[in-house]
Design a protein around this ligand. Structure first.
Ligand code: GDP
Ligand code: MG
Length: 225
């Protein structure tokens, strides 16, 4: 009887274990899109930038060098739709006000369209490197390493904070997009919309990285001889 009880307990713990595995699997497979923009390529920072993401333990599952058309760049920035245009225009208008200046645009949307066009010109000005990183909280980890949008105020230690010099002031007075080396998806939902613009499904490679065992295995079996 105790043996039967033991067998039942063992079986149920295995079932629970399996359920836990399947319940957490998606937490380890979040995707984010990263693009090294034309200034990153021209500054010969490809290796440095990839290295920073790589050493977190995230897994690179797709990579390509390409020259985007301006239409492709517009499609990429417009995944957020009209709401994105309005919000980015509002953000820029607030920044003008903070500096005691009046926005040269009649509406937030108009300001948004100007930023969209500047972004499309910038992103399609030369080769870029597009990649997909996979892993637990991939979006948040990549954003943390990438740093805030404006290099002048990005934190020290981040890619934008350490490796370039641009500011909204300079970008706005030269009527161009701020050059901040990288695009990184803002949310997992944004990533899922952006990825198909840059990659076909078959270009996302499914493979195991040995390091995943130490990052994610529950029991760390197999370390000791
Ligand atoms: P990100 O996610 O940190 O890249 O920033 P956003 O998604 O808000 O904006 C997309 C891109 O638009 C940024 O990387 C910048 O190149 C550009 N951008 C955003 N806000 C402004 C702005 O207020 N002024 C200018 N000139 N460019 C901006
Ligand atoms: Mg963004």
């Amino acid at each position: 009887m105790p043996f039967l009880f033991f067998c039942v307990m063992l079986a149920s713990s295995k079932i629970i274990g399996l359920r836990e595995i399947s319940m957490t699997a998606h937490l380890k497979k979040e995707h984010t899109l990263v693009i090294i923009k034309p200034d990153g390529v021209q500054r010969t920072l490809i290796g440095e930038i990839i290295g920073r993401y790589e050493r977190t333990g995230l897994k690179l599952i797709a990579l390509k060098m390409t020259i985007p058309t301006s239409d492709m760049a517009r499609t990429h920035y417009m995944v957020g739709g009209e709401e994105w245009l309005e919000n980015i225009g509002r953000k820029a208008a607030v920044a003008y006000e903070k500096k005691g200046k009046k926005s040269p645009f009649a509406t937030f949307r108009e300001n948004g369209v100007a930023i969209l066009e500047a972004n499309a010109k910038y992103l399609s000005s030369g080769p870029v490197v597009a990649m997909i990183w996979e892993g637990h909280q991939a979006v948040g980890i990549v954003r943390k390493l990438t740093g805030g949008t404006e290099p002048l105020s990005s934190d020290v230690g981040t890619i934008r904070g350490d490796l370039t010099v641009d500011s909204y002031q300079l970008a706005d007075s030269d009527q161009r997009s701020i050059r901040n080396l990288i695009h990184a998806s803002g949310t997992p939902e944004e990533a899922e919309k952006e990825i198909p613009i840059w990659f076909e499904e078959k270009e996302l490679l499914k493979y195991r990285l040995i390091a995943e065992q130490i990052l994610y295995d529950v029991n760390l079996d197999g370390i000791l001889e």
